[in-house]
Write a protein that binds this ligand. Structure first.
Ligand SMILES: C[S@@+](CC[C@H](N)C(=O)[O-])C[C@H]1O[C@@H](n2cnc3c(N)ncnc32)[C@H](O)[C@@H]1O
Length: 258
């Protein structure tokens, strides 16, 4: 059952889509949706997402990334093997770009490793914005002027574009976290940031998401959730790891029997 606030949210979005498409009634809109007329399924999904994000959000986890997680993961790598980091959901890109900037600023080993950063989201509109990499003041509010000067160029009044090198260093792809056929092809990651999405899911979608996240982690790989989210209540698949700066989850190392 929907709460009153949730019902209002859903009604508002459906009403907006009906107005936008020019449908004459709910049934008429529903028929368009079922037949995916003019790509309505994608537009419908995009209308329901909550895309709030900003640079250096919950940065205690970024501290943990460079103080603990990456150093341990690099010890487990074969020479030349890339470190893989996945930001899902990445919304308009602030999270994966924050990771890239944070590594350049705070991880002395950054030049010694090949680091692959991928950003994914279900919402194709936010992915377009992420690829463009233009941000307003609010998105940048937690970055110092020095960092803004170093990694952005002025794009238009009150908006800044992230440098081309950084923009090209992050790959963005559309993925629905609860669709295994979409998550599986991305392969195994060393660290996954999955922050501020599971709070919007029901229990069964959370469980499916947890199974997919588990599958997309290398054994011993780490999962960082938002500060209000906890994997312990969703799935027993992960170990809890308490580091000085953050509590994160880990896919246990595989134990060989024999
Ligand atoms: C509040 S933003 C979080 C962004 C970023 N991780 C952060 O913490 O700042 C939530 C994002 O989850 C995305 N999302 C919702 N359901 C999803 C799904 N099933 N698969 C992938 N992304 C999804 C939304 O499109 C939205 O951009």
């Amino acid at each position: 059952m929907f709460t009153e606030a949730r019902r209002y949210f859903v009604e508002r979005r459906v009403t907006d889509r009906i107005a936008e498409t020019g449908a004459t009634s709910f049934m008429n809109y529903f028929a368009r949706l079922r037949s995916d007329l003019d790509g309505e399924v994608e537009k419908f999904i995009n209308a329901f997402t909550v895309n709030e994000t900003y640079f250096y959000r919950e940065d205690y986890q970024l501290t943990c990334l460079t103080s603990d997680l990456l150093n341990e993961r690099t010890r487990m790598k074969r020479p030349g093997e890339a470190l893989r980091i996945w930001s899902i959901p990445c919304s308009t890109g602030e999270e994966p770009y924050s990771i890239a900037i944070w590594l350049l600023e705070n991880w002395p080993q950054v030049d010694a490793h090949d680091v692959e950063i991928i950003g994914s989201d279900i919402d194709t509109n936010v992915l377009k914005e992420a690829r463009t990499g233009i941000f307003g003041k609010r998105a940048l509010m937690r970055l110092t002027p020095k960092l803004i000067d170093k990694y952005f160029v002025g794009a238009e009044p009150g908006r800044w574009q992230i440098l081309d090198d950084l923009r090209q260093s992050v790959r963005f792809t559309a993925v629905n976290i609860v669709e295994r056929s979409e998550t599986r092809p991305l392969g195994a990651f060393d660290v996954i940031f999955c922050r501020n999405m599971l709070i919007y899911f029901d229990d069964s979608s959370r469980r499916v998401a947890a199974e997919n996240l588990y599958e997309n982690l290398s054994p011993g790989g780490y999962l960082c959730l938002g500060h209000t989210e906890s994997m312990s209540r969703i799935s027993p698949l992960f170990e809890v790891c308490r580091f000085p700066d953050a509590i994160v989850y880990r896919r246990p190392l595989e134990i060989s029997h024999g």
